[in-house]
Write a protein that binds this ligand. Structure first.
Ligand code: GCO
Ligand code: MG
Length: 404
């Protein structure tokens, strides 16, 4: 028995908010887990602090599955991003502890390496097609083999996913959400040009990806998938919203462009139909938002039966602890597809000590025992929580709210 003696939540904002759970055992071994839910951080912090931690003290840290079931079934109120991120944080921390006790890098406990390293994709963004492709060329020169292209839409002032200033990405930068205006017609007209130019400038040997951020209807998504077919995308992400899995039947009927979805899923029940009916090609549910390693294993193994591969979310609002854990998972599972990689800032990495590496388009998890990411609590305390939101989206014509 490896008794859990203490646990605490650490909220820190080195450029953006992160929620971290640290679990300590009687033997002095500790583990850390990520509990960050962008824009709703304190809800998960309270869920852990007020409702989970009191129930963890005294339990056996080795009983990962049992603790998962205790938190999932025992709460009566199941699923949802807050619950599942809290469970994920506990789960990540416990796997970290188990691997440290075993003296092995986490992927060894998950079955060992199925591959030599982990293919990652990066982001290339810009206000215009030229800016985006300039950024993409830079990333290609850095060794990236897969690049996500996002560009501003001509005629729209600002769009989520397109940087406002010089920074690499649009951050959660407002204490009350700002608003963008959206036009599907303008977007649908401009996007194929980005990929036509992209293929011309970048060549055929680089994987190209794109994220639609749930902004279309199924029939619009079908049209877009068809229009992009000549450019052979690696995937088209989040075309429509996830509330109705059957939406994908319509899209699938019309296009062979590979489809990815799942970064906002938190349970296997959010993607069961999508996977079982082979309506998607990549599942993006992540360790931090979908119940941790324990539940993600269930999703990945289920997906494998239906030729669906993984492509985990890896934006910078997921802390380096999630990135570290994801890389171990990616190494071990058979049906790995690709991993998103947005490098964290130096400031962030002064708090979260990472040991993973990037070389020539591929990443490798830490070889130290555990998942290999630790938090410097003293440094973390220097950056107090700051309320921050991503922008919202309204239709240019009429002003109704729409997906961002
Ligand atoms: C991605 C995502 C991000 C999310 C962000 C939300 O594919 O990386 O869509 O851009 O919007 O992580 O918190
Ligand atoms: Mg996305």
């Amino acid at each position: 028995m490896l008794k859990i003696e203490a646990a605490r939540v650490i909220v820190s904002s080195p450029g953006r908010n992160f929620v971290t759970l640290k679990i300590e055992t009687k033997d002095g071994v500790y583990g850390v887990g990520d509990a960050t839910l962008n824009g709703r951080e304190l809800a998960v912090a309270s869920y852990l602090q007020d409702h989970v931690i009191p129930c963890l003290i005294g339990r056996d840290a080795h009983r990962i599955e049992d603790i998962w079931q205790f938190l999932y079934r025992g709460a009566y109120w199941r699923r949802g991003p807050v619950t599942m991120s809290a469970i994920a944080a506990v789960d990540m921390a416990l796997w970290d502890i188990k691997a440290k006790v075993a003296g092995l890098p986490l992927y060894q406990l998950l079955g060992g390496a199925s591959r030599d390293n982990v293919l990652v994709y990066c982001h290339a963004n810009g206000k215009t097609i030229e800016d985006t492709l300039e950024d993409a060329v830079k990333h290609k020169e850095m060794g990236y083999k897969a690049i996500r292209l996002q560009a501003g839409v001509p005629g729209l002032k600002s769009t989520y996913g397109v940087p406002k200033g010089k920074e690499a990405y649009e951050p959660a930068d407002a204490d009350i959400p700002t608003e963008n205006l959206w036009s599907t017609e303008k977007y649908m007209r401009s996007l194929p040009k980005l990929f036509e130019e992209g293929r011309r400038v970048l060549g055929d040997d680089v994987h190209l990806l794109h994220d639609v951020h749930h902004r279309l209807t199924p029939i619009e998504a079908a049209r877009l998938g068809k229009d992009l077919e000549p450019y052979r995308l690696f995937w088209l992400e989040d075309t429509v919203d996830d509330d109705n899995q059957e939406n994908f039947r319509i899209i699938r009927k019309h296009t062979t462009t590979p489809l990815a979805i799942g970064e906002i899923f938190n349970s296997i029940w959010d993607c069961r139909t999508l996977i079982q009916e082979q309506l998607i090609d990549y599942i993006r549910a992540t360790i931090v938002h979908a119940g941790g390693i324990t539940h993600l294993r269930q999703i990945a193994h289920f997906a494998d039966l239906f030729n669906v591969k993984t492509g985990f979310h890896g934006a910078t609002d997921l802390s380096p602890i999630t990135m570290a854990s994801a890389l171990h998972f990616d190494m071990a599972i058979h049906n790995f597809g690709i991993q998103e990689h947005m490098p964290h800032s130096e400031q962030m990495e002064s708090i979260f000590k990472v040991n993973y590496t990037f070389e020539d388009g591929f990443m490798h998890p830490s070889e130290t025992p555990g998942h290999g990411c630790d938090i410097d609590e003293k440094e973390a305390a220097k950056y107090p929580y700051k309320r921050a939101y991503l922008p919202v989206n309204r239709l240019e014509q009429g002003g109704a709210m729409c997906n961002w």
